[in-house]
Structures are given as structure tokens and as C-alpha cells.
Design a protein around this ligand. Structure first.
Ligand code: ATP
Ligand code: MG
Length: 261
């Protein structure tokens, strides 16, 4: 049986579209009948609430309890509205994991060890990271086969990105030599705004062939859907946001087919 591809959605900059991408990529993969697990790895728990889960009901068995070794990951898995999509929720208690792990042995491999028994059960495991380069994001990049970087089409899009790639290099050298780049995703593209085109060109020049052809437009349906607890594909399948995430999903599936060929 094929083993899951584990993809970390990461960028330490806040509000660039990580969670929106994690939810909608996961839902689109599930719609394509790929067995998908979304792991919410951010104390803000936006992916959890965005899929319609009340974080208060996840108080005793979420990713925090998995990371500190209290429960095995299968006890934290929830079924979603989509048949092929499961979720491991987060809660605000995840903030506590950071200081608690500081003096622990093997603190960088907690998530990798936790997901190991699931690799045969899923085709994709998507990790929604927090906007930081702390121990949680490091755990995600150690557990991942690839990372996907959302970049918002606005001024300062590339600010801080070299620090992110330095962290990736360090992780590749020390902890996860197999880590590869899934791609850079342009988000919140506004076709009425010339700056969006300028930023897109700058990013494509900087990252050469690494940028996905799919570009995510600024689309109100994408920002409304989480308040209804639904991915865009269930909230409004005809929206430009839902369609652009389906296009991204096709490229991700192509990446897998290419790496398996
Ligand atoms: N393409 C889009 N069009 C319109 N709104 C968007 C789009 N993508 C994201 N948003 C909105 O922008 C805000 C930030 O997006 P999101 O939560 O996905 O970013 P994030 O990188 O996960 O943030 P954080 O770093 O805080 O975790 C949210 O309110 C979201 O609904
Ligand atoms: Mg987020």
C-alpha cells in the first residue's frame, strides 16, 4: 500500500493563508478520494474551528495530548463531514507544549513519531503550522516529507522568507535530510491591483520553477467559509476560491505521481 505524503503548510509570517490552504487543500484531496488527515498544529486552532469543530469539546484529546505523550494519535482523530477527510484538532493548550518540550529528550521528533503509525492509513497528511519558527514548526518540518509555503501577494511578501529557508536548511542538515519543497503558493491575489502582478512576478523570479501555477485569488467565499465550519468546496463549489484550490490539488497530486514514477 502507498504511504502517506506528509506536507507541512508553513511560513512564520502570520495571516498569509496557511490555514485556508491547509483546510481547502485537505478537503479537495478528500474530494478526489485521497484518504487525508489534517493535523491542526497551531494553538490558535483555526483549522479545527474552520472545519466546524468546537475546540472546547477537544479539550482532553487533541494534538497537545499526543505531543506530550499522554495519548496515542488515533485517540485524537475526528471524522469530518467529508468521507475521506479526518482531523486531529488543536486547542489553546498547545501553547504549553513549547516550554514543556524544551528539556525533553528527542523533542524535535515528537510529531514524526506520533504520525508514524498512520502512514499506511492515509494518502496525505497535511499539517497546519503556527506563525513561528519554534519547536512546533520544527516538529512539523521534521515529520514532513515536503513543505508548502503560502505567500500573500502584498508588499513585504518575501520579508523574513530567507530566515524560513535557513531553518529548513538546518533541519535538512541535522534532522530530516529527505525534506523536499512541495512548492510556493501565491495567495490573496487581487487581479484589480497592479501590485499583485508585481509581487507575483517578483516571487516567480526569486523561486524560479518552485511556484505553483495555481494562484489563489482574494475571494470573500474563502474568508466566509470557516465561520460556517466548512471548506470552500462545500460552502460554494463554484467560487473562484474553491476552484483555485482544486487546481492546486491537481498540481500536488501530479507532484506525487512524478516522485513515484
Ligand atoms: N484567498 C483569500 N481570500 C480572502 N480571504 C482570505 C484568503 N486567504 C485567507 N483569507 C483570510 O485571511 C485571514 C488569514 O488567513 P489564514 O488564517 O489562512 O492565514 P494563516 O497564515 O493561517 O494565519 P496565522 O499565521 O494567524 O495562522 C483569514 O481571515 C482568512 O479567512
Ligand atoms: Mg493559521
Amino acid at each position: 500500500m502507498a504511504r502517506a505524503r506528509v506536507i507541512a503548510i508553513a511560513n512564520q509570517k502570520g495571516g498569509v493563508g496557511k490555514t485556508t490552504t491547509a483546510i481547502n487543500l485537505s478537503a479537495s484531496l478528500a474530494t478526489a478520494e485521497k484518504r487525508t488527515l489534517l493535523i491542526d498544529f497551531d494553538p490558535q486552532a483555526n483549522a479545527t474551528s474552520g472545519l466546524g469543530f468546537d475546540t472546547n469539546t477537544c479539550e482532553h484529546n487533541n494534538i497537545y495530548h499526543v505531543i506530550i505523550g499522554e495519548i496515542p494519535i488515533h485517540e485524537a482523530i475526528r471524522k469530518s463531514e467529508l468521507a475521506y477527510l479526518d482531523l486531529v484538532p488543536a486547542g489553546s493548550d498547545l501553547v504549553g507544549a513549547e516550554p514543556e518540550l524544551v528539556n525533553e529528550m528527542a523533542r524535535e521528533v515528537r510529531l514524526k513519531d506520533a504520525v508514524a503509525p498512520l502512514l499506511d492509513r492515509y494518502d496525505f497528511i497535511i499539517i497546519d503550522c503556527a506563525p513561528s519558527l519554534g519547536i512546533l514548526t520544527i516538529n512539523a518540518l521534521v515529520a514532513a516529507h515536503t513543505f508548502l509555503v503560502p505567500l500573500q501577494c502584498e508588499y513585504f511578501a518575501l520579508e523574513g522568507i530567507s530566515k524560513f529557508y535557513k531553518t529548513v536548511d538546518l533541519i535538512k542538515r541535522r534532522l530530516n535530510p529527505q525534506l523536499e519543497e512541495e512548492g510556493v503558493l501565491l495567495t490573496m491575489f487581487d487581479k484589480r491591483n497592479r501590485l499583485s502582478f508585481e509581487i507575483a512576478n517578483e516571487v516567480k523570479g526569486y523561486f524560479k520553477g518552485k511556484v505553483f501555477t495555481a494562484v489563489i485569488p482574494r475571494n470573500v467565499k474563502l474568508s466566509e467559509a470557516p465561520s460556517h465550519g466548512k471548506p470552500a468546496i462545500l460552502y460554494d463549489i463554484n467560487s473562484s476560491g474553491a476552484i483555485s484550490y482544486l487546481n492546486l490539488t491537481r498540481e500536488v497530486i501530479d507532484n506525487v505521481n512524478r516522485s513515484e514514477a
